[in-house]
Design a protein around this ligand. Structure first.
Ligand code: OXD
Ligand code: MN
Length: 586
C-alpha cells in the first residue's frame, strides 16, 4: 500500500510529467549532485574555494528577484476568511486556472521530492512539510533552510500529517506566476518563480501563511519574528522576539555584536525571521525557530555593521544576485570593500561606477543557522525558549520614538496592529512608501487579519506570564534627512532598557503612546549622541500622531464589524490621551 506521501507524489508526477524523480535524503553526497546540476544549469557559479569554501553564487532571472505579493493568493472557500488585506481566489477557480499551468510543466526536467521538518527534529511543536520542485537551487537552499530528508521521513512515517507544497519554475513568465495557499486543506502551489520567498515553500508559505491558520485553530502563534537571548552581567539570558517588516534588520538584530559586551550584555541568536510559539507548562510563551538557516539581505552588511554575519557566511553558503569580484568572491554595497577593478554586477555584466548598485538591493545570502558565531545553546531546544518581551518595529523617518513600552497586552496588540513601515526591496513594487503592516504580518497572514487580531487578544488572556510589548524605530531621521540613531551594534542599548523594564526597573516617562525612556534611562556611555538628538529620538509629536491616528482609523475601517472592538477602544483611548495632554499644556 503506498503511503499518503507516495500517493501525492505519484499524482503530482502524473500532472507535471517529469523526466525523473529524485527523493532527497538530506545527505552531503546528494547535495553535491544537486550542486552539479545547478552548475550545469548555467545560472550558478562556485565561489573561491580557498576564501569561500563550499559557497555558490546564483543569479536569478532578472524579473524574479523578490516576493511578488500581487500574485500571492489565499484560497479559502469564503472571501471574507482571507480578509481585505489578502488577494483571494476560490479554491475551485485557483485549481482550474493554475492547475493548467502545472500540466506538463516538468517535462524533460528532474522532479525533486524534498521532505523537511520545520523546527527541531524532536520538538513537539515542529511540523513536517514536503516540497516537490523542479529547481535544483530550491533543493540546495531548502537543505540549508530546513531539516531535510531522512529525519523528516522518519518523523512522518505512514502518516498523512504533512503540508504538501508543489513548486515549478514553469516558464518564469511573471504573467504566469502564482503563489497560492489553500489553508483549509493545508496545501501550497507555487509556479513561475524561483525567488526564495516565493519558492522555498517551507518559509513564508508554510511557516507563516499556512502555520498562522493552524496556530489560530490550535491555540498557538506563528509570527514573522526573530528570536534572541540577551545575556546580562549575571549570566542570565532573557529571550525576546521581534517583528519587523522584511529587510528592516531582523537578521542583523538577531545576530548582533553588542556595543555593551564589555559590560556583560551579549546577544545570542535563536532565529532571524520566524517564531512558532506555544504556552509552556511554566506559563510562559515558548518560541522555537522553525527554520535551520538564514536567508538574509546582503547589502548593508559589513564587518563594522555586523561582523557576526560576515563570519557566518564564509562557508557552505549560497549567495543570490550579489556582485562577483575577479577573485571569485561575492561583493555588495556596504561590505566595506572598495569595488575592485573587473567587478561583475548581479546580472553578470561588467560593473562601472555610476551604473547603479552592483548587487541587487534584495540580494541575499543563505547560510546554515549553526554557523552564526553566537548561536544560542538553546536554539534547538525541543520546548523552545521562554519569551519575556515582544518588540514591534518598522522604518519610520518620523512619528515613532526610538523605543516605547505599551501599557499592557491589549494596548500592545493595538501597537502591533497599527504598525507601519516604509516599503523595501524585499517585495516588488515601490520602495519607501509608508504602508501599514500589522505585526509585520501583512504579506504573511493566512487569514482575515481582523480574526488575527482577535487571536492575539485571546492568546493574551490565556498566557499566565505574557511577554511585555514594546515598539522600536531605528530609522528616525532628523531635519537634514540623516538617521538620528547609529543602529546596529548600538541597538543593544535599547534592548538593555527593554530588559530592565521586563525586570520592573528602567527609568521611563509616561506619554500618550506608552512608556518612553527618560533621557538618562538609556545607557549611552561611549556613544556620541547629543542630548538634543536623544530628545528628538524620544519625542512624541502630537501633530505626527494625529495623522497616524487618522491613517490607522482608515486602515481599521476596511475590516468592518469583524475588527475586535477592543482595537477601536484602544484607538479612542490613545486619541483621548493626546487630547488630555494638549488640554494640560494649554
Ligand atoms: C524574508 C522576507 O525574506 O520577509 O524574510 O521577505
Ligand atoms: Mn521575513
Amino acid at each position: 500500500m503506498p503511503t499518503p506521501l507516495e500517493q501525492w507524489v505519484e499524482e503530482v508526477a502524473r500532472t507535471t510529467r517529469p523526466q525523473r524523480i529524485v527523493w532527497c535524503d538530506g545527505s552531503e553526497q546528494q547535495q553535491q549532485e544537486v550542486v552539479e546540476q545547478m552548475l550545469r544549469d548555467g545560472s550558478t557559479l562556485r565561489l573561491n574555494p580557498q576564501t569561500y569554501p563550499n559557497c555558490l553564487l546564483h543569479r536569478s532571472h532578472p524579473n524574479d528577484v523578490a516576493r511578488t505579493e500581487n500574485v500571492t493568493f489565499i484560497c479559502t472557500r469564503e472571501k471574507d476568511d482571507a480578509g481585505p488585506t489578502n488577494n483571494w481566489m476560490s479554491p475551485a477557480e485557483a485549481k482550474q486556472k493554475v492547475g493548467g499551468l502545472f500540466s506538463g510543466a516538468m517535462t524533460g526536467r528532474t522532479m525533486y521530492v524534498v521532505p523537511y521538518i520545520l523546527g527541531p527534529v524532536d520538538s513537539p511543536i515542529s511540523k513536517v512539510g514536503v516540497e516537490v520542485t523542479d529547481s535544483a537551487y530550491v533543493v540546495a537552499s531548502m537543505r540549508i533552510m530546513a531539516r531535510v530528508g531522512k529525519a523528516a521521513l522518519d518523523r512522518l512515517g505512514r502518516s498523512a500529517d504533512f503540508v504538501p507544497g508543489l513548486h515549478s519554475l514553469g516558464d518564469l513568465n511573471p504573467e504566469r506566476r502564482y503563489i497560492l495557499q489553500f489553508p483549509e486543506e493545508k496545501l501550497i502551489w507555487s509556479i513561475g518563480s524561483g525567488y526564495g520567498g516565493n519558492a522555498l515553500l517551507g518559509k513564508k508559505c508554510f511557516a507563516l501563511r499556512i502555520a498562522s491558520w493552524m496556530a489560530r485553530e490550535q491555540g498557538w502563534m506563528a509570527e514573522h519574528m526573530l528570536i534572541l537571548g540577551l545575556e546580562d552581567p549575571s549570566g542570565k539570558v532573557t529571550y525576546m522576539a521581534a517583528a519587523f517588516p522584511s529587510a528592516c534588520g531582523k537578521t542583523n538584530l538577531a545576530m548582533m555584536i553588542s556595543a555593551l559586551d564589555s559590560q556583560g550584555y551579549r546577544v545570542w541568536t535563536v532565529g532571524d525571521d520566524i517564531a512558532w510559539m506555544q504556552i509552556g507548562r511554566d506559563g510562559y510563551l515558548h518560541a522555537i525557530n522553525p527554520e535551520a538557516g538564514f536567508f538574509g539581505v546582503a547589502p548593508g552588511t559589513g564587518p563594522h555593521t555586523n561582523s557576526n554575519v560576515m563570519a557566518a557566511l564564509r562557508r557552505n553558503s549560497i549567495f543570490t544576485n550579489v556582485g562577483l569580484t575577479p577573485a571569485s568572491e561575492p561583493w555588495w554595497e556596504g561590505m566595506e570593500i572598495d569595488p575592485p577593478e573587473g567587478l561583475l554586477d548581479w546580472k553578470g555584466e561588467r560593473w562601472t561606477p555610476g551604473k547603479g548598485p552592483a548587487a541587487h538591493p534584495n540580494s541575499r545570502y543563505t547560510v546554515p543557522a549553526n554557523q552564526a558565531p553566537h548561536i544560542s545553546s538553546h536554539w534547538e531546544d525541543p520546548s523552545g525558549v521562554p519569551i519575556s518581551a515582544f518588540i514591534f518595529g518598522g522604518r519610520r523617518a518620523r512619528v515613532a520614538p526610538l523605543v516605547y513600552e505599551s501599557f499592557g497586552w491589549q494596548h500592545g496588540v493595538f501597537v502591533g496592529a497599527m504598525m507601519a513601515s516604509e516599503t523595501t526591496a524585499a517585495a516588488t513594487g515601490a520602495v519607501g512608501v509608508t504602508r501599514r503592516d500589522p505585526m509585520a504580518m501583512l504579506p504573511f497572514c493566512g487569514y482575515n487579519m481582523a480574526d488575527y487580531f482577535r487571536h492575539w487578544l485571546e492568546m493574551g488572556k490565556r498566557i499566565p506570564h505574557p511577554p511585555k510589548i514594546f515598539h522600536v524605530n531605528w530609522f528616525r531621521k532628523g531635519a537634514d534627512g540623516k538617521f538620528l540613531w547609529p543602529g546596529f551594534v548600538e541597538n543593544v542599548r535599547v534592548l538593555k532598557w527593554i530588559l530592565e523594564r521586563v525586570q520592573g526597573k528602567g527609568k521611563a516617562a509616561e506619554t500618550p503612546v506608552g512608556w518612553v525612556p527618560t533621557p538618562d534611562g538609556l545607557t549611552l556611555d561611549g556613544l556620541e549622541v547629543s542630548r538634543s538628538t536623544m530628545e528628538e529620538l524620544l519625542r512624541v509629536s502630537p501633530a505626527d500622531w494625529t495623522t497616524e491616528l487618522e491613517d490607522t482609523k482608515k486602515f481599521f475601517e476596511q475590516f468592518g464589524r469583524r475588527l475586535p472592538p477592543e482595537l477601536h477602544e484602544e484607538h479612542s483611548q490613545l486619541a483621548q490621551r493626546f487630547e488630555r495632554r494638549t488640554a494640560v499644556l494649554k
